[in-house]
Design a protein around this ligand. Structure first.
Ligand code: FRU
Length: 534
């Protein structure tokens, strides 16, 4: 008995010691929380990429290689606020499920690691790999905080490279960095590199104040200034950041145009950060465009710094943005992590009566998340009608599609406004609608959040647009803290984050001063991308 007691005591102290040691070593371990964490905190997106812990902003270095989509991101691994920038890293084989990887690139004596891109140097033009094992090359901006403090403007930002010879698992900084020095401009950053097949050279687009500068190189290392674009065109109410340049085939024709994406902060149509684009031609040296208006990729408040993956097959152009806005990025009510990526979108180009417009469509891989689904047909809407009230899964994350019959939209009795409202029992709501009198789509998140975030957070966005069709189909990806709306074949997109105190669980379709036929409404359950989610 005595001996037994002693054994029990010894065992107890042994386990206590092990527990204490584990606790201490966990505290010291600064690695991100493991991938099998529940990720079930309040507001944690369930179908969008988020870092396991702490701060994230722009997507960086997106490259597809050997069946893997690499996603890097601006990351401060110590806190949930912006700080010394690293490149965080994650990998996916299907664009929707992500494996968190160790930090890829750390800041050093030359500065913080700001945004940039990555390519597969498949011909080993750089000589940094071999013909058999060509390198992945990452391009980023060094941002020197000392130079910034001392206002040595022309020395703050320069472009540098790092390379990987093991499928993006580890990265080595090039020893003679930087590869592009600063020509004397305060804001000179976010290099996006592509291979230009017709001229057999690399092209680097750099956001430079309020223009984009293009550089060319035979080998990713020696860069020559080529030209700049942007003076007097588009929006100039903020600093130009995170450019992207790529060819895209015009839908339904054999024509190919070049798209230049330019992120701008502030100056967006909804206030703060947003993404404008130009459609034109690029000959390996100059970008030109006949576009005479400013075009926006997304009219919501929360799709910024979006750029596209390089090296993707099947002519796909896939973009991901940071679902946030610098107006309130640091004031989010999430604590464990901060920042999320938008749902990835396939970009397309349409010729809309002589004007080229970019279209965004959620990638088809979303179907991998589909669970149960329910369909209702031919419902007459007058005033407000709750739909899917008995659907057990009618709560984020879900995808909703609605088709309204609008062929008689000028007849008497056709509603002045119609749309959809998501509500909860706390009285918070989020509305997406169409104003048939003044012809605009709108999203209202003035009452979609219980938290005090910033005076810039409550907002209503308006997208002037004439629906020229017999039906209008709306698609909404609803996650725990975001609403992404796509309509008119992806020409109209509104992305907003929301922080309702309880997840929206009531869905109401409405028509004001008239009636409309909701020809089809479908709700589809989305399974969590994290292992233990819904
Ligand atoms: C855009 C941006 C980039 C910069 C990075 C710094 O959101 O300001 O221009 O490289 O964030 O984190």
């Amino acid at each position: 008995m005595k001996k037994n007691n002693r054994t029990i005591h010894a065992t107890f102290y042994y386990f206590l010691l092990v527990a204490l040691l584990t606790l201490v070593s966990c505290k010291e371990n600064k690695k991100p929380v493991p991938d099998n964490s529940p990720f079930q905190e309040k507001y944690r997106p369930q179908v969008h990429f988020t870092p396991p812990a702490h701060w994230m902003n722009d997507p960086n270095g997106m490259v597809y290689h050997n069946g893997e989509y690499h996603f890097f991101y601006q990351h401060y691994p110590e806190k949930s606020v912006w700080g010394p920038m690293h490149w965080g890293h994650a990998i996916s084989t299907d664009l929707v499920h992500w494996e968190h990887m160790p930090i890829a690139i750390y800041p050093d004596s030359l500065g913080y690691i700001f945004s940039g891109s990555a390519v597969v140097d498949s011909k080993n033009t750089s000589g940094l790999g071999t013909a058999d094992n060509p390198p992945l090359i990452a391009f980023f901006t060094y941002h020197d905080m000392e130079a910034e403090k001392q206002e040595r403007f022309g020395e703050i930002e320069s472009q540098a490279i790092a390379y990987s010879l093991d499928n993006g698992r580890t990265w080595t900084k090039y020893e003679k960095n930087p590869v592009v020095t600063n020509p004397g401009i305060r804001d000179f950053r976010d290099p996006k590199v592509i291979w230009h097949e017709p001229t057999q050279q690399w092209i680097m687009s750099i956001a430079s104040g309020q223009v984009i500068k293009f550089y060319t190189s035979p080998d990713c290392i020696d860069w020559t200034y080529a030209s700049e674009y942007g003076e007097g065109v588009g929006n100039h109410d903020g600093v130009w950041e995170c450019p992207d340049l790529f060819p895209l085939q015009v839908s339904g024709s054999g024509e190919t145009k070049w798209v230049l994406i330019v992120n701008i902060n502030p100056g967006g149509p909804a206030g703060g950060s947003a993404t404008q684009y130009f459609v034109g031609d690029f000959d390996g040296k100059n970008f030109t465009s006949a576009q005479d208006v400013t075009l926006w990729m997304d009219y919501g408040k929360d799709n910024y710094a979006g750029v596209t993956w390089s090296n993707v097959t099947d002519n796909r152009r896939i973009l991901v943005g940071w679902m946030n806005n610098w107006q309130y990025a640091g004031e989010k009510p999430t604590q464990v992590w901060s920042g999320a990526a938008t749902f990835p979108r396939d970009l397309g180009l349409v010729d809309a009566g002589g004007r080229y417009l970019l279209t965004s469509t959620p990638v088809k891989e979303i179907e991998k998340l589909y669970g149960e689904s329910e369909l209702i047909k031919n419902t007459e809407i007058t005033d407000g009608k709750t739909i899917f009230e008995k659907t057990p899964f009618a709560k984020a994350p879900v995808e909703i599609t609605l088709t309204f019959d609008v062929k008689d939209n000028t007849r008497l009795g056709f509603p002045g406004k119609y749309g959809i409202t998501f509500k909860n029992s706390a009285g918070e709501y989020y509305t997406i609608g169409y104003d048939n009198v003044d012809k605009f789509f709108y999203a209202d998140r003035t009452n979609a959040t219980s938290e005090e975030i910033s005076e810039n957070f409550p907002s209503m966005q308006i997208v002037p647009f004439i629906i020229n069709a017999e039906t209008t189909t709306w698609r909404i990806i609803v996650d725990t803290s975001s609403m992404e709306f796509f309509t008119s074949e992806g020409k109209v997109v509104i992305t907003n984050v929301v922080y309702p105190s309880e997840t929206f669980d009531q869905i109401e379709v409405f028509a004001e001063n008239g009636k409309i036929n909701l020809t089809e409404a479908r709700i589809t359950e989305l399974k969590s991308i994290w292992k233990t989610g819904k």
